[in-house]
Design a protein around this ligand. Structure first.
Ligand code: 1GP
Length: 252
């Protein structure tokens, strides 16, 4: 097993005290300066880290510039949320080394990983091994990821993928409804997955309000990821409401 590095250790320590929020920033949708400002706003409100990624076909130059700007702006870790080899930059601290478990494409399950593992090590990026599971509707990642999305009422299906991730030695599992999904992963699915795994459960896609965040946190989500809301509105009231719910859950 790869060793747990400082970024992962830091997140795990925070998780001992309650759930956390990670802000996803797409370097193609915001300039490096805008990304740095978003990151700063998010971290000031309590985000535990910044994930960089999202779009397909991000250029290396843009990733480099954005990671550098974000890392200068905030002390919280910068973690690559990769969409392909172009996402790799030594300017980030870590990378979610994630297998898209329910993809029909072997590339996304393991082949790309085999092709990039040595480069990731050479860049000095800390890998956080993650099982990535796309739940319907899946949105763009469901399409480009050639995913057999887990049905929204297939609780056993979601449990199976998450437990398989844990049994394979992955240390994180992510239930993804897809960026911009009309509704997040169902709380009932989060609850049933949480009841069978002990690795941290990340939930993202379609979280736009405080009440949605609260429902997912109460169901056992340990990491909430939001991207669109801050992209669309900046660090506005709805982003604040989500962060307030995470803070409340940490205080419980
Ligand atoms: C996408 O889950 C993340 O991978 C975030 O989704 O953009 O809908 O917040 P949103």
């Amino acid at each position: 097993m790869t060793r747990v590095g400082p970024v992962e250790r830091g997140l795990l320590e925070q998780l001992e005290r309650g759930p956390v929020h990670l802000a996803l920033i797409d370097p193609e949708k915001s300039s490096p300066e805008e990304s740095a400002a978003l990151a700063q706003g998010a971290v000031e409100l309590g985000s535990a880290g910044i994930m960089l990624g999202g779009s397909t076909g991000i250029s290396r130059e843009r990733m480099d510039a954005t990671a550098k700007a974000v890392r200068t702006a905030v002390r919280a870790p910068t973690i690559i949320f990769p969409e392909g080899p172009g996402s790799l930059t030594a300017e980030a601290h870590a990378i979610f080394f994630m297998s898209l478990l329910n993809s029909r494409s072997l590339d996304l399950v393991i082949r790309t990983h085999a092709r990039t593992a040595l480069a990731i090590r050479k860049l000095g990026l800390e890998p956080l091994p993650m099982g990535y599971v796309v739940v319907a509707p899946g949105m763009r990642v469901g399409e480009v990821g050639q995913v057999d999305a887990v049905d929204r009422n297939d609780l056993a299906g979601a449990q199976g993928y998450a437990l398989a991730a844990e049994m394979l030695g992955m240390r994180w599992v992510y239930l993804e409804a897809g960026s911009g999904a009309p509704a997040p992963v169902p709380a009932e699915m989060v609850r049933s997955v949480r009841s069978v795994v002990s690795i941290p459960l990340i939930v993202g896609g379609g979280i736009r309000s405080g009440p949605e965040a609260r429902e997912l946190l109460e169901a056992g989500a340990q990491v909430l990821v939001t991207g669109t809301i801050a992209e669309a509105e900046g660090i506005g009231p709805r982003f604040r409401a989500i962060l307030t719910e995470v803070k409340r859950a940490r205080a419980r």
